[in-house]
Structures are given as structure tokens and as C-alpha cells.
Design a protein around this ligand. Structure first.
Ligand code: DGT
Ligand code: CA
Ligand code: CA
Length: 580
């Protein structure tokens, strides 16, 4: 479908025309671009069906613009546009994306300072060259620098955990709208990817205008990039963008399939369709001109000979083959992914003892409210002084408090137990900062790297493996150490770590904290493939953070983990067997 490509070119032509201060024409191109963007049908198909006349019948598209569309459909180019590109070799889309920078300013910046792109612009602004241009001044220069700064930040992706609550809130308010018949979030949010570029909503409605008006007037929207009856694009104050598309009911399933992606997954499904003599796009599955599927997602996959794979694994990492095998009743079908409701407890939580926000009791109450059977307190230990790490004596004192609390819980007849763990530190040589005699008295011990994270690969790998070999260390927390958007993982040989985990029966953590998600999806899949047991923990420092569990579960699902792979899906007695 060429609609979006042509729209993009028309927007740029409008900018070039504005640059030359041509009257009226820029507006015509902008209107045509918006019409194309929000058109429900493939422009190429409209042309094939009804020729130039059919194009001219589309509102906002006149004779001159229809000719340009035909030129693009036939040659893949528009000469008018190429001439402009030669005359002004500037990256117009990039430059005008700076807040407050319009085409005429782009023209002047190019004319006087030969600024062609964002990099040139930033350099010139930093060197204070812009303020001296006619019509610019110091404030404009400052604004440009600020605009660039924001652009860089908002170009970055957003953490799933940072935006999901807000996305759900918006999804719910749309759901409550009586005109909305169906709604789903698609794209990377539906796949629960660790970071999100933008949010994609899909809606079925008989009153698109009403839905769009509601969507574009949601509180917190700071910019409307475009709005029409099939698509609107907005930006929220939080910085992320949201697209809402309206599709006909008969296309809902295929649109859901298409816009859920991933792109890599979709390339494969389209190939499969082609091999079967079918055409698959967001409007449906077609044999010739006849639509043969598209109302539901299951139906779309079924006609391709596939079982519908869970959104989280649609990354072209083996799910295509598995979905085909599953539909044929062959072995090695789709995994039965672990679910949030399978989780029976959380074993990596911090309490007031190490500077966390809540008491052990408060944490336990929250865990009970979530329906858990157990909660493990795993406070930091003594090497981490800034985190008020506990030493052997404090651990013994804490044991007494936990025993008392458990006794109370028992008399109240609740089926719940608080376990005592600790998140110990793996020192440079792989030894643990707590003596074995003290580790022995805990229900289980976790170990993690919290210092000297820049070690050479071999040394770091050996360091972690030595900790695994300690018989009292049962779990390695956040095994690769990455922090999303801030720091890369440690230099480690992950294959060696996985082998050692299997040999020593050490459990690896899937840390649910939104900036960690460590192990990540890819490493979870490797670990599961190697037969290693995992645990999904939140690393909560506050009782409200216990709800991060769903991000860890999502990460585990993206890594194909099943219930049997995750030890905290087990009831207490079975869980404790892993710590024997
Ligand atoms: P994001 O927004 O960067 O976190 O990632 P997505 O996956 O949400 O990507 P987005 O928003 O660009 O597009 C949503 C879905 O639409 C994407 O997952 C698959 C589909 N899609 C978008 N562009 C293409 C394309 O060029 N080809 C195909 N086959 N599918 C596409
Ligand atoms: Ca997206
Ligand atoms: Ca999008």
C-alpha cells in the first residue's frame, strides 16, 4: 500500500512550496496528504479500478495532484519532488521536526549557513552562528537547541512499565464509549516488548468521527499530528505517540494481525499466504478479489494453516514453524506460556531493614492481597553499605521477626508464609559477602553483582560461576546487569553461565523491574532451551512495586517460558524442594 509513502512526499512538497513562498499550493498538498493518510483503501487499487477519474473523486484530490499520484504509482518517483530535492539538498522532514522550525527558516539556514540536517543545525546553534542571521536572534537559537534536546529524548523509546498503566487507562475510557464496538491495543504494546516506540489502537465503530473526536480530546494530549475518520495520531504530555485506526468489522482480525506485528513475523505470514495463492494485508485475506478471511485473528491464521501464536512471541524466532506444526498436530508446537495467575509468590523483595519503603508485615499484607501463598524477603547484605546492607547479626535478628510474623499468620488461619532470603553480593573473586554459617540459616540465598561491573569478560564470567558453586546460593539476581536506556549488560559468556547454572542447579532470575527485565526475552529462551529453572521476581523496594510481576511474566512469555520452567509457580512445599 503506497498511501503513506505518497502522503509523506506530499507533505515535503508542501514544505518546499512554502519555502518558496508559493501561495495556496502548500495547503492543497497538505490536504491531499492527510486525505491519503486517512484513506481506508489502497490508493493503487482505487486507481486500477477507476483510473484517474476515481482518484479525482477522492475529496481533497484534484487533477494536478491525481497526476502526481499516478506518476508515483507508475514510476516510483515524482519529478516535481526530485527537482526540489536537487535545488535544496536538505533533510526537510528531519529539520522541520524541530519544534518551531518552519520551511522558510530551513531555507534561510541553508542559504546562509549551508545547514542540511539536524547535525549541522546543532553544530551551528552551539557555535552561536544562528543568532546573527536576519530574523533569527538569540532566543530563536535557544529554542532550536531546546527543540533538538527534546527531539533526541523523545526519539528514544519508552519503557513498557512506564507507559502501560496509562495505555490501559486510555484503552478503558475508549472501551466505555458506547460507539466503540471493538477495541484492542496492537503493536509492540500487545507483544509486551520491553520498550515501546509508539502505541497503536485499533477500533471497530459505526461512528468513527465521534470516536476520533473523543480520542483527540483526551486529557494530556499536547499535539495532534493528524486526524481523519480512519486514522488519528497524537502525542501525550508524557512524550509518547499514539495512533488510533478505525477498521471495518470484516477486517478487524486481519488488521489486528497486521498491526500487532512484529514486522518480521508479518513478512513470514505474508510469504505463507503467497505460497497458498492468497494475499494477506490489513484488510483481510484474499483469493483474487474475494475476501476469504479477516474477521478474527484465529480465522486469519487458520486459513494460513497455522494456530494463532500468542502476541508475545510474534518475533519470527521460531513461532511460525511451531504454529504450523501445532495446526498439523505434529510435535514441537506452540508453547503453553506461563501466566500471571500461575505465580504463587515473589522471592526478591526488600523491606525497611535495608532501607526499603515498607515493613515486612506491610509487604506480606500486599502479597496476600495479590493472592500469593508466600513472600520472600531478600534484603541487601553488608557489602552494600549505601543500601544499609545486613550483616550476619542483623540477619539473625530479622529471622526472629519473620518467625514471629509467621506464628501470627498461622493463628489467623491464613495460608501464607514469609520466607527469609537475602540478596548477597558477589565480590570480585566470586566469594559471597556473608559467611556460609549465616547463609545456611536462611530459607534460601540470592547472589548478585552490585560492584565492579566493568570487569573483563572471562573474569566476570568466572566470578558469577564461582558464586553459583557456593552450595547455599540458590538464585542469581538480574544475571546480566543491564539497565534499559542507561547501561549495557556486563561482559559475560552467557553460554558458560547457562551451563554452570545447569550443573550447579542454580536458578536464574527474571527480574521484573521495568528498567531491568533481566534475564531478557532472548536469554530466557536460551535458558529454557537449556533446561534451566527460572524464577520471576519483582525486586520490590515498595509494596506497590509487587505489581511489576506482570512485566517479568511478560518477559518470560516472550522467552517461551512455560509454567514448569518457573519455580515460583509451585506451591510452597514444592518450591522449598528447590532450596534443599
Ligand atoms: P514500536 O512502535 O517501534 O515499539 O513497534 P511496533 O511493532 O508497534 O511498530 P509500529 O508502531 O511501527 O507498527 C505497528 C505494527 O504494524 C508493526 O508491529 C507491524 C505493522 N507494520 C508497520 N509497518 C510495517 C511494514 O512496513 N511492513 C509490515 N509487514 N508490517 C508493518
Ligand atoms: Ca507501535
Ligand atoms: Ca505506530
Amino acid at each position: 500500500m503506497k498511501n503513506q509513502e505518497i502522503a509523506k512526499i506530499f507533505y515535503e512538497i508542501a514544505d518546499f512550496l512554502e519555502m518558496e513562498e508559493v501561495a495556496f499550493k502548500p495547503y492543497a498538498y497538505q490536504k491531499a496528504a492527510l486525505a491519503l493518510e486517512t484513506l481506508g483503501e489502497d490508493i493503487g487499487e482505487i486507481y486500477q479500478r477507476g483510473g484517474k477519474k476515481a482518484l479525482e473523486e477522492i475529496p481533497s484530490i484534484g487533477k494536478n495532484i491525481a497526476e502526481k499520484i499516478i506518476e508515483y504509482l507508475k514510476t516510483g518517483k515524482i519529478k516535481h519532488y526530485q527537482d526540489y530535492q536537487k535545488k535544496y539538498p536538505v533533510d526537510m522532514a528531519e529539520l522541520t521536526s524541530v519544534e518551531g522550525l518552519g520551511p522558510k527558516m530551513v531555507r534561510d539556514l541553508y542559504k546562509h549557513l549551508k545547514i542540511k540536517n539536524l547535525k549541522d543545525l546543532e553544530k551551528a546553534a552551539r557555535a552561536s552562528k544562528i543568532r546573527n542571521l536576519p530574523n533569527f536572534g538569540e532566543q530563536t537559537e535557544k529554542n532550536i537547541l531546546q527543540g533538538i534536546k527534546f527531539l533526541k529524548r523523545s526519539k528514544g523509546r519508552f519503557l513498557l512499565g512506564e507507559i502501560l498503566p496509562r495505555v490501559r487507562e486510555i484503552e478503558n475510557s475508549l472501551k466505555n464509549l458506547k460507539e466503540v464496538e471493538e477495541i484492542s491495543v496492537c503493536g509492540s504494546v500487545r507483544r509486551m516488548k520491553e520498550t515501546i516506540g509508539d502505541v497503536d489502537f485499533l477500533v471497530v465503530t459505526k461512528s468513527p468521527q465521534k470516536v476520533m473526536d473523543f480520542f483527540c480530546s483526551l486529557p494530556g494530549i499536547v499535539k495532534i499530528w493528524g486526524t481523519g475518520i480512519t486514522k488519528s495520531s497524537v502525542r501525550l504530555a508524557e512524550g509518547f505517540g499514539m495512533d488510533l485506526r478505525v477498521v471495518p468489522r470484516k477486517s478487524y482480525g486481519s488488521a489486528l494481525q497486521y498491526f500487532t506485528g512484529s514486522k518480521e513475523h508479518n513478512i513470514q505470514t505474508r510469504k505463507i499466504a503467497m505460497d497458498k495463492g492468497l494475499k494477506l494485508n490489513e484488510y483481510g485475506v484474499f483469493r483474487g478479489k474475494k475476501q476469504v478471511a479477516g474477521k478474527t485473528e484465529e480465522e486469519v491464521y487458520k486459513i494460513l494453516g497455522m494456530k494463532c501464536p500468542p502476541p508475545e512471541i510474534r518475533e519470527n524466532r521460531g513461532e511460525i514453524g511451531a504454529a504450523l506444526r501445532q495446526a498439523q498436530g505434529k510435535p514441537n508446537g506452540l508453547p503453553k506460556l506461563v501466566e500471571l495467575k500461575d505465580i504463587k509468590g515473589d522471592l526478591h523483595c526488600h523491606s525497611k531493614w535495608d532501607g526499603g519503603e515498607n515493613t515486612i508485615l506491610e509487604m506480606a499484607q500486599e502479597a496476600m492481597a495479590q493472592g500469593y501463598q508466600y513472600l520472600g524477603i531478600a534484603d541487601h547484605t553488608k557489602f552494600l553499605r549505601i543500601e544499609h546492607g545486613l550483616d550476619e547479626t542483623k540477619l539473625a535478628q530479622q529471622r526472629k521477626e519473620i518467625d514471629k510474623l509467621n506464628a501470627k499468620i498461622q493463628t489467623s488461619n491464613a495460608k501464607f508464609k514469609i520466607l527469609q532470603g537475602a540478596e548477597t553480593n558477589i565480590l570480585n573473586d566470586g566469594s559471597i559477602d556473608i559467611k556460609d554459617e549465616a547463609l545456611k540459616k536462611l530459607d534460601y540465598a540470592i547472589a548478585g553483582v552490585h560492584s565492579n561491573m566493568k570487569m573483563a569478560k572471562e573474569k566476570m564470567t568466572e566470578r558469577i560461576i564461582r558464586a553459583m558453586k557456593n552450595p547455599y546460593i540458590k538464585i542469581i539476581s538480574h544475571p546480566t546487569g543491564r539497565i534499559l536506556k542507561r547501561r549495557d549488560e556486563y561482559q559475560i559468556d552467557i553460554d558458560k553461565i547457562l551451563r554452570a547454572a545447569r550443573e550447579t542447579k542454580t536458578i536464574l532470575e527474571v527480574n521484573s523491574f521495568p528498567e531491568r527485565l533481566d534475564l531478557n526475552d532472548v536469554n530466557v529462551k536460551r535458558a529454557v532451551g537449556a533446561g534451566i529453572k527460572l524464577i520471576i521476581n519483582t525486586d520490590s523496594h515498595h509494596k506497590d512495586q509487587l505489581r511489576f510481576m506482570e512485566y517479568g511474566v511478560a518477559t518470560a512469555r516472550r522467552g517461551w517460558a512455560e509454567k514448569k520452567d518457573i519455580i515460583n509457580t509451585q506451591p510452597l512445599e514444592k518450591l522449598l524442594k528447590f532450596f534443599k
